[in-house]
Write a protein that binds this ligand. Structure first.
Ligand SMILES: [Zn+2]
Length: 131
């Protein structure tokens, strides 16, 4: 990862969720209205660490991801209980199990065709890879 990488990440890519002021539900990504009907939410930064709650192994992926298969998509339960779905980075399927601790990192997800368009997103990284 090149130096300065973190500073170049726009603020909108932080793990910023919304928290309902009425019922306390956390939404990621942020929503305009909560399931309880309230539109009164406040910014809430999610913890970046958690563990794998469930996962599945993808062996045939969408064309943009074909060079990555097999890969693991997991539901990660963050330390505050929030759950989100993301890809597990750099992990062989047999290295992943329920309860495996992970850290969310902002990574390049894929490069689309030859147009140089790069998508970014969160990936779960097994703790042994975290620097
Ligand atoms: Zn609510």
């Amino acid at each position: 990862m090149p130096a300065g990488y973190t500073r170049e990440i726009p603020q909108r890519y932080r793990l910023e969720a919304g928290k309902c002021k009425k019922c306390g539900a956390v939404h990621f990504p942020q929503r305009l209205a909560c399931a309880c009907g309230s539109k009164d939410t406040e910014p809430y930064v999610l913890p970046s660490t958690g563990k794998i709650a469930t996962y599945s192994v993808v062996r045939v992926g969408p064309s943009d991801f074909m060079d990555l298969v097999p890969y693991v998509v997991a539901v990660v339960e963050l330390d505050d209980g929030t759950k989100l779905t993301c890809q597990v980075a750099d992990a062989a399927p047999e290295e992943v199990s329920v309860g495996t601790p992970v850290t969310l990192e902002f990574r390049k997800v894929n490069q689309v065709g030859g147009h140089g368009i790069i998508k970014y997103g969160y990936k779960a990284v097994l703790d042994r890879f975290v620097e």
